[in-house]
Ligand binder design. Structure first.
Ligand SMILES: Cc1cc2nc3c(=O)[nH]c(=O)nc-3n(C[C@H](O)[C@H](O)[C@H](O)COP(=O)(O)O)c2cc1C
Ligand code: SF4
Ligand code: SF4
Length: 332
């Protein structure tokens, strides 16, 4: 049983075990502006003859960024990234004919202002070069500082890099790490020996070896900009000694920050590719990152060149209810 689970751990060698969503471009509406191409973290799209189209063989992870960044409403998506077998098997509901638009509001008429932001705030991947005043960056970090945490242990620290030249320097230094990891990953497609090693790594560190992350890692290699052209980067450091699971605490902390940024007229994108720093001791030293800290994630922020805020569709996780002696799982 366990061996069957691990057999298809290295997904690129088993295309029969997974499937992609279908991205549909309405050629009538598409002006060839290229916003969807810039917004796609996986490098899945290209412009040919002034129209957007999917590039064959790229792994689309159904993130909806091409939809949210298309001001012409020319992009649609059917279905979701889906893995049928193995350790990366997706657990959400995957129907054939589309998904309900979140939210399904019941009970209270309309959305509350907080719900409105939760549902419509999107990760932005197209930034203006305008700098963010330090005073606003401080307000964003402050919102993180006041996040709840296990036992109020506050297992975080921040490195604010409100300087594009410094961000370029970090991107330059991280590039070889991502190049090495992603190049090695793709060798498994043709080399049976590395495939065996990769299958083992997929089982040991599925979070790092998920083919969606690796595809993104490939797509951000230079000359692309891992920091999405944004003017400001905040590294969120996690104190590894944090109570219970400090990853939860820093996640909440970052959520406070992106929501506060939104309320200040800024846009953001989480940037976990920044964890590359953890694998480069000399870069960690330069940035002053020492035990017990590691880079948990990061956020880029700035002003938008494209307004990406909109409702998108989301998968449905299994939701089990238990009430009055009854148990039921809600699916659409
Ligand atoms: C913890 C975390 C890390 C992420 N890291 C990256 C990243 O490194 N690069 C990137 O382009 N997007 C990154 N994202 C953005 C996700 O791709 C995005 O949240 C997801 O596609 C859903 O889109 P939405 O935020 O617009 O709802 C990250 C998101 C989260 C929550
Ligand atoms: S963002 Fe929309 S209009 Fe622009 S190229 Fe993409 S699909 Fe076409
Ligand atoms: S859904 Fe996301 S990964 Fe897929 S093509 Fe659109 S932007 Fe790229």
């Amino acid at each position: 049983m366990a061996s069957a689970k691990f057999k298809k751990a290295y997904l690129p060698a088993h295309p029969e075990a997974w499937s992609l969503s279908e991205i549909i471009i309405d050629a009538e509406k598409c002006t060839g502006c290229g916003n969807c191409v810039k917004a796609c973290a996986m490098g899945c799209l290209e412009i040919v003859d002034k129209k957007a189209r999917l590039i064959d063989g790229k792994v689309c992870f159904s993130c909806s960024a091409c939809i949210s960044h298309c001001e012409k409403g020319a992009v649609g998506m059917r279905g979701f990234y889906n893995v049928e077998e193995g350790i990366f098997r997706t657990m959400s509901y995957h129907g054939d004919d589309g998904y309900p638009k979140i939210p399904e509001v019941e009970g209270i008429e309309g959305l509350t202002p907080v719900e409105e932001v939760i549902y419509k705030r999107r990760s932005n991947r197209i930034y203006s070069k305008d700098p963010v005043p330090d005073v606003l960056v401080r307000r964003v970090v402050e919102a993180g500082r006041f996040a709840p945490s296990h036992g109020n242990c506050q297992p975080w620290a921040f490195i604010v890099i409100n300087d594009r030249a410094e961000m370029d320097y970090i991107a330059e230094k991280m590039d070889p790490f991502w190049r090495l990891l992603t190049n090695f990953y793709w060798t498994g497609k043709t080399n049976p020996l590395t495939r065996r090693i990769l299958s083992l790594l997929c089982a040991l560190a599925p979070g790092l070896m998920d083919q969606r992350g690796i595809s993104g890692g490939t797509a951000i290699l230079k000359p692309k900009d891992v920091f999405l052209g944004a003017p400001c980067l905040i590294l969120i450091l996690m104190d590894k000694r944090g109570m219970n699971d400090p990853g939860i605490d820093v996640g909440i902390c970052g959520t406070n920050m992106v929501l506060a940024a939104h309320s200040l007229g800024l846009v953001t994108c989480w940037l976990s590719f920044s964890i590359g720093i953890n694998f480069l001791p000399w870069l960690k030293r330069e940035l002053g990152i020492k035990w017990p800290y590691k880079v948990a994630s990061a956020i880029v922020l700035g002003y938008p060149r494209v307004n990406a805020d909109t409702m998108v569709e989301r998968e449905l996780p299994p939701i089990t209810w238990r009430k009055g002696g009854k148990v039921w799982t809600e699916m659409p």
